[in-house]
Design a protein. Structure first.
Length: 473
């Protein structure tokens, strides 16, 4: 009997975050094996809509799942963590770390039937570097130039040891002839675009002449279902085959169904609270301190992910290069009475009689559950709280435009390096992933200093201390 697979990336913690536990299950419900024997299609359930089909416009995890089907990368990370060739057959790094030369394979095609060219690759990378949304993740990359018809050269502003790892995650290549990503994205990946119905589904089919061979699954439909109970019901009825980032509340149901299998795996992910410093009341440090003091991480972990995860001291899981996690003690603790005192001080200073705040939450379970937990904590501290649940695309657009007061987000650390938080902390990314936004010259200088060091793996390296100095905002 075949079994349908059910995945759930559980949430973890908040304020300064937590490490998550991922969950999965698979199966064919109802015992009707005939309904799946010989199938060459897959229906993959997403908990929220994607942000964009343009890979230069989003780093969102759900959106990236779709990108990886539509667009190939220059190289990839293998199961053992080593780098493997993809559109680039080979590459060399200059002795000074200031340039990377990539030699492109000759048998790769775009979805319009044209061969992948050096111009396609350089154009894709340059647009990504220039992007407000994704560019900050391309740390220290200046531009890419065409050397000849099968060779491109990436130029750096300064050496960066994780450059190849970044490219393995972010170098999505598309045809230079793409004019409208929403209606006709011309990718290079194993699947090509068929159609999209916003908020409902994205339909793909196997690409012709894909250099890695024809996939066994010929047709893929990403079905968007935001409600956790509806997701599970769809799985049991055979309407979807796979659920991404589902709620933990479905675990007992899955385990009780002989046709479904539940499994768990560690997932490096964090959940955080972000406050917009451009908007009252969080333009005042007293209001921000009140939030910091009222968040009970243990309760957040329990309410957000039913206790599955790990409370962290910093923004950096210990598995990241140069992480100070194991040797850092936060300068604050949960203290509800202190939070109330900060809020009273805020009222006295501003003349406010109440402090209204709106918590913006994504409809995705991975954000929503933590947002509900935060709502209760803020109310207990004395804030006048309302909530707004919005579609995933609208949620991230609100954060990137600083059009919010307080929200809960999550970050999956696609690169196992502390530098991957650059988009959230550097002043140059305000209006993008620097949601607060943090505009601090000293912090910008300190963080930038960390990026020019190519080797940060040695214990006690200077960059470790630089990261320590960046933890308290």
């Amino acid at each position: 009997m075949k079994k349908r697979r059910f995945w759930s990336a559980s949430l973890s913690l908040i304020l300064i975050l937590a490490l998550c536990l991922g969950l999965s299950a698979c199966g064919q419900s109802g015992g009707d094996t005939a309904s799946t024997e010989g199938r060459t299609d897959l229906v993959y359930c997403l908990g929220g809509d994607i942000n964009s089909l343009d890979p230069t416009q989003s780093t969102n995890g759900t959106t990236t799942i779709v990108y990886r089907q539509l667009y190939d990368t220059l190289l990839a990370t293998g199961a053992d963590g080593t780098l493997e060739p993809r559109l680039a057959e080979s590459w060399e790094v200059s002795d000074d770390g200031m340039s990377y030369t990539f030699h492109l394979r000759s048998d790769a095609y775009c979805h319009n039937g044209e061969k992948v060219t050096a111009e396609d690759v350089a154009n894709s990378i340059n647009l990504t570097i220039q992007s407000v949304a994704v560019g900050p993740t391309m740390v220290n990359m200046k531009d890419m130039e065409v050397v000849d018809e099968s060779t491109v050269k990436l130029n750096m502003t300064a050496p960066y040891s994780a450059t190849l790892q970044v490219l393995a995650k972010r170098s999505f290549i598309f045809s230079k002839d793409t004019e409208n990503f929403d209606e006709n994205p011309i990718g290079t990946g194993p699947y090509q675009f068929v159609s999209r119905s916003s908020g409902e589904n994205i339909v793909l089919k196997a690409a012709e002449n894909y250099y890695r061979g024809d996939p066994a699954i010929k047709d893929v439909t990403f079905k968007i279902i935001t409600d956790a109970n509806t997701q599970l019901a769809a799985l049991q009825k055979g309407e979807v085959d796979f659920i991404h980032s589902a709620a933990l509340t479905g675990k007992d149901t899955v385990e009780a169904d002989a046709n479904l299998v539940w499994s768990e795996f560690p997932l490096r992910d964090t959940t955080y609270i972000t406050m917009c410093e451009l908007t009252a009341p969080f333009d005042n440090v007293l209001a921000r301190k009140a939030v910091q003091a009222c968040v009970n991480k243990e309760a957040m972990l329990l309410g957000g992910s039913e206790g599955r995860g790990k409370i962290l001291n910093t923004l950096f899981p210990s598995t990241l290069t140069a992480s100070p996690e194991d040797n850092y003690t936060p300068p604050y603790t949960y203290d509800l009475e202190q939070a109330k005192e900060y809020l009273e001080q805020y009222k006295a200073e501003t003349g406010a009689t109440s402090v209204p705040v709106k918590v913006v939450m994504s409809e995705s379970p991975s954000n929503h559950n933590a947002g509900v937990a935060l709502e209760g904590m803020l109310r207990e501290a004395g804030f006048d709280v309302t909530t707004e649940v919005v579609a995933s695309q609208a949620f991230w657009a609100s954060l990137m435009s600083s059009n919010y007061q307080v929200a809960v987000g999550d970050w999956g650390f696609p690169i196992a390096d502390c530098d991957s938080v650059f988009p959230f902390l550097h002043s140059s990314t305000a209006g993008g992933n620097n949601f607060s936004p943090i505009i601090d010259k000293k912090m910008t200088t300190v963080r930038t200093a960390g990026f020019i060091r190519a080797d940060r793996t040695a214990p006690g390296h200077e960059t470790v201390h630089i990261y320590h100095s960046c933890l308290v905002v």
